[in-house]
Design a protein around this ligand. Structure first.
Ligand code: UFG
Length: 335
């Protein structure tokens, strides 16, 4: 069975492509390389193209059975400053991809959604029943696409799974692929970089939150656990596909949280980074970053119940794999 991994040269997509291959699927990567990297797609067929390019997509879609869609802009702050960029790609471009897939006869679709669809939740942990009320254009763009999948399910029989990631982090255990963002804005790589001798200092964004140590709490989920969840989602869709009677019209639209169910504060992350590198993380206490909710922690029970999935890796695994990847990257650059 062949899967089109749209955005497969990016951080999470490249890990998912490898997980698919490990599970016996053929993964074809489609990426415009605007934020993805050719080297993350190494060893896979890479078709270069934009998600809105129907002509480029048509022949590729004709030879796959399902689509996984990772190709999105994903900086919350940037989405507030430049919503046009986000709505153009994450909404208009994504919708064009969805229509191309539908026209090609694809009926199985896995979507990278986000806990950003929940906005600032009233209750922690966050279950899938929590009202979806995004507070920034990035979250709004993800919610739009979830709604489109639901409508397409009802009207056209499309079966989909929206995976709402919490904080993706870490890298493949082999150290060959990992988190690569330009610019890097995420806490774990920045904390690790701040432990280097001449590295930039980490700024802790706010220490006056209503949390146990005053810093923000997040649910950090290992990228390979996320990748495994995509394989499970696909297997779920295959089962639905097999069991659906021919005259059944509506397609199933499933949405599940992907997190560990455990929250860690920024200070705990700094401690974990110090444990991994054996060096102090140089930091200053700064002001809150606008738009950061105090705490986001998943209730992952539904993923366990419906997909049989639960995170296998803990925070130490996340941080040590991220560190291994950073060290390997530095060695590559030095060579
Ligand atoms: N943080 C710092 N200093 C930094 C960077 C981050 O203190 O230099 C803090 C943030 O305030 C936050 C935590 O570390 O409390 C994590 O921040 P990240 O930027 O690593 O991740 P976010 O929680 O902001 O973003 C993640 C995903 C987004 C997703 C969002 C949902 O990366 O794609 O969760 O809220 F939309």
């Amino acid at each position: 069975m062949a899967i089109l991994v749209v955005g497969g040269a990016g951080y999470i997509g490249s890990h998912a492509a490898r997980a698919l291959r490990r599970s016996g699927y053929e993964a074809v990567i489609y990426d415009n390389l605007s934020t993805g990297f050719r080297r993350l797609a190494q060893g896979f067929e890479l078709v270069e193209g934009d998600i809105a390019d129907e002509v480029r997509l048509r022949p590729v879609l004709a030879r796959v059975d399902a689509v996984m869609h990772f190709a999105a802009h994903a900086y919350v702050g940037e989405s507030v400053e430049n919503p046009r960029k986000y709505f153009r790609n994450n909404v208009a471009g994504a919708l064009s991809l969805l229509n191309s897939a539908l026209d090609a006869g694809i009926r199985r679709f896995v979507f990278s959604s986000s806990c950003a669809v929940y906005g600032v939740p009233e209750k922690i942990p966050i279950s899938e029943h929590t009202p979806r009320a995004p507070v920034n254009p990035y979250g709004a763009s993800k919610l739009f696409f979830e709604n489109a999948l639901e409508a397409y399910g009802r009207a056209y029989g499309l079966c989909s799974v929206s995976l709402r990631y919490f904080n993706a982090a870490g890298g493949d255990e082999g150290g060959e692929i990992g988190e690569m963002h330009d610019p890097e804005t995420h806490l774990i790589p920045l904390a690790l970089a701040a432990s280097a001798e001449n590295g930039p200092e980490l700024q802790v964004f706010g220490a006056d939150y209503p949390t146990p140590d005053g810093t923000c709490v997040r649910d950090y989920i290992h990228v390979n656990d996320l990748a495994d969840a995509h394989v499970r989602a696909l297997q779920y869709l295959e089962k639905q596909h097999r069991e659906r009677s021919r005259d059944e019209k509506g397609g199933d639209s499933l949405a599940v949280n992907l997190g560990t169910g455990r929250g860690h504060s920024v200070l705990e992350i700094i401690q974990a980074a110090e444990n991994a590198t054996g060096r102090p993380v140089r930091r200053t206490m700064g002001l809150r970053r606008p738009g950061d909710p105090p705490a986001l922690v998943a209730d992952p029970a539904k993923a366990q119940r419906v997909l049989g999935w639960a995170a296998q890796r803990n925070l130490a695994d996340v941080v040590s794999s991220a560190w291994r990847w950073m060290e390997k990257t530095a060695q590559r650059h030095a060579a």
